[in-house]
Ligand binder design. Structure first.
Ligand code: AMP
Length: 285
């Protein structure tokens, strides 16, 4: 098992990567906020299948958290993260401090337009501006051939994809499937906030997505009817507070009225005050 090298400054990152580029190796990149789990590691493994050299960033980006969100309590577990990364082929970990990422006078940000305004964008104003800005900065710092993102954050994937396309970034953006716990709960660094009861209640997210799949398989195409039944499943959890449940077009993320082609079921629910998101693709026959 090879322990990845850890660098914390942009200068050190660039120095490492100049040497790698000289050898002609393909560079893969996985941006994360740390508190790593199998979902993150699956992205690293995917990167390793296509790229000889894999960089993972660990940075809890203050600009993508709202004032009442969990920035200060977000788990920071750098040592454990580096150990996990040693097992899956990461070559370099970039874990910058805030002052390295946003130097004095930093004033530029990236706005991605309509796709960043709805759902997560509406519930968390400024979130995607923060995400797009930090991802663009990281892509410019690492200059990877390909960057890997989880479909667990489906809207984030689309926002990054839109930005990369619109701004002619040379990096290929690779979507990777959601990794779930054996019982179906999507892995998330925030799952560790849940109490044992909350952890059980959190299963309603997955159950409601399965309900949507089942209804579509049975031929139901009325989006409002499907959403109603999904909400009913979620509401069986005592502490659940629904933010949104929606059936949307996979490209525009606009709500659909009828499920007649590939459609994404998208949801955000608070369980015991922990905000969880999940989604799945619906494929009518
Ligand atoms: P985060 O550390 O939450 O910012 O996530 C970093 C990357 O890991 C993002 O591209 C996420 O979409 C991805 N990711 C997080 N959870 C999962 C999961 N359960 N399955 C696949 N990818 C994930």
């Amino acid at each position: 098992m090879k322990t990845p090298k850890l660098v914390t400054t942009l200068a050190a990152l660039r120095e490492e990567l100049v040497a790698v580029r000289r050898t002609g190796q393909k560079i893969g990149f996985v941006p994360t906020m740390g508190a790593l789990h199998e979902g993150h590691l699956s992205l690293v493994r995917a990167a390793k299948t296509e790229c000889e050299f894999v960089v993972v960033s660990i940075y809890v980006n203050p600009k993508q958290f709202g004032p009442d969100e969990d920035f200060s309590k977000y788990p920071r577990t750098l040592d454990a993260d580096c150990e996990l990364l040693a097992g899956c082929g990461a070559d370099l970990v970039f874990a910058p401090a805030d002052k390295e990422m946003y130097r004095p006078g930093h004033a530029t940000s990236v706005d991605v337009g309509a796709i960043a305004q709805r759902w997560e964008g509406a519930s968390r104003p400024g979130h995607f501006r923060g995400v797009a800005t930090v991802v663009l900065k990281l892509l410019n710092m690492v200059r990877p051939d390909a960057a890997y993102f989880g479909l667990k954050d489906a809207q984030q994937m689309l926002v990054v994809h839109r930005m990369a396309h619109d701004l002619d970034l040379p990096t290929a953006i690779r979507p990777c499937p959601t990794v779930r716990e054996p019982d179906g709960l999507a892995m998330s660094s925030r799952n560790r906030y849940l109490s044992p009861t909350g952890r059980k209640q959190a299963l309603v997210l997955w159950r409601s997505l399965q309900k949507a799949r089942q209804l579509v398989e049975q031929g139901e195409s009325d989006a409002a009817a499907i959403v109603r039944q999904m909400r009913t499943v979620i509401e069986t959890a005592e502490t659940a507070k629904i933010d949104y449940v929606a059936l949307v077009d996979p490209e525009t993320l606009e709500s659909v009225e009828k499920v007649v082609g590939p459609t994404v079921a998208l949801l955000a629910v608070k369980i015991e005050n922990t905000r969880l998101i999940d989604n799945c693709m619906l494929m009518p026959k």
